[in-house]
Design a protein around this ligand. Structure first.
Ligand code: ATP
Ligand code: MG
Length: 303
């Protein structure tokens, strides 16, 4: 089932287009990353997904329910962190969670404590939020987003304002949350490396328009590029050059890389093995997302 569906969603502020014709499907279990630079339209998209602002055009469905028609039911099991989370400053962190979490289940306190502990703010839950640092507020907001037994968690720049250790904790936390299986995470970020480390799929938006979208694994697969590890480099290179016209790069530990031309990986493997060359590994080459975007744009404008 699609947990999130955007159909032709557009939004302008006066004559400034913030989001343009956004179509998107996110399936259950995905950790979806919305990537884009400042002002690209990430927060606007997220606010529309949460029913905080209405699109000018198009429609949004969450868990199969139309947000405009069934606002409350569509958002029933949805937790969110949008821009700067706002709390009751004069209440403690724990009290804020009690007041703001939408289900008042009996084990709310136990769950709050457990989540807070994993993010390293348990020892501060009894303090007033007015005494929190920015990073602590951010973490409290993340705890809150997951509290109402969320099936979909929407996080706008979840690692904003965190120190490197906090970023690691939050990343790990989001991954563990996603591993529960029947939950879905949608997050925004302006950092490629972050999306690469947490997400299964992504979309890149720029000036409100979707530039790229899809599973990260597909983006990282270099077309026809393979890496192999062989028993004898010299002989392997001879054979490769006799069966296809690829140029071969050599790497340490008897590793070779080449772009397959007019031959399949399986066929290349067969030729090498038939020639008595041991092939201990043959696999498609993955590249980093950054390389992928540089490759797409041809220069340094990765995100
Ligand atoms: N309330 C508003 N009134 C007018 N313009 C707005 C409003 N909210 C957003 N915009 C404009 O819409 C565009 C998209 O903004 P948005 O906040 O969605 O970007 P973003 O991708 O979240 O950026 P950032 O990384 O800086 O958070 C920007 O040009 C912004 O100036
Ligand atoms: Mg934003």
């Amino acid at each position: 089932m699609n947990v999130i569906e955007l159909n032709g969603v557009s939004k302008s502020f006066r004559d400034r287009v913030a989001v343009k014709e956004f179509n998107l499907q996110v399936e259950q279990g995905e950790v979806f990353g919305l990537l884009g630079r400042n002002g690209a339209g990430k927060s606007t998209t997220i606010k529309m997904m949460l029913g905080l602002i209405a699109p000018d055009k198009g429609n949004i469905r969450l868990m199969g329910r139309d947000l405009a028609q069934e606002h409350n039911r569509a958002l029933e099991r949805v937790g969110a962190l949008v821009e700067r989370p706002s709390f009751y400053e004069y209440l403690t962190g724990r009290k804020n969670l009690q007041v703001l979490a939408r289900n008042f289940g009996s084990d709310l306190d136990r769950k709050s404590d457990e989540l807070a502990e994993r993010l390293g703010i348990l020892n501060r839950l009894g303090d007033k939020v007015s005494t929190y640092s920015q990073g602590m507020r951010q973490k409290l907001g993340i705890v809150l987003s997951m509290l109402p037994d969320s099936r979909l968690v929407v996080l706008d720049e979840p690692t904003n304002g965190l120190d490197p250790q906090g970023i690691r904790e939050v990343r790990q936390f989001i991954r563990e949350f996603a591993e529960q299986g029947d939950v879905t995470v949608f997050l925004s970020s302006h950092l490629l490396s972050e999306v690469e480390q947490i997400c299964t799929s992504l979309a890149v938006i720029d000036m409100g328009e979707v530039m790229v979208k899809g599973p990260i694994s597909e983006m990282l697969k270099e077309e026809n590029e393979v890496e192999l590890q062989v028993g004898s480099v010299t002989r392997a290179v001879e054979i490769i050059q006799s069966v296809c016209e690829s140029s071969v790069s050599e790497f340490p530990n008897n590793r070779l890389r080449l772009n397959l031309k007019s031959i399949s990986a399986a066929e290349l493997n067969r030729r090498l093995v038939n020639a008595g060359i041991e092939v201990s590994e043959l696999r498609p080459v993955k590249r980093t997302l950054e390389e992928y975007f540089l490759h797409l744009t041809g220069e340094g404008s990765g995100g």
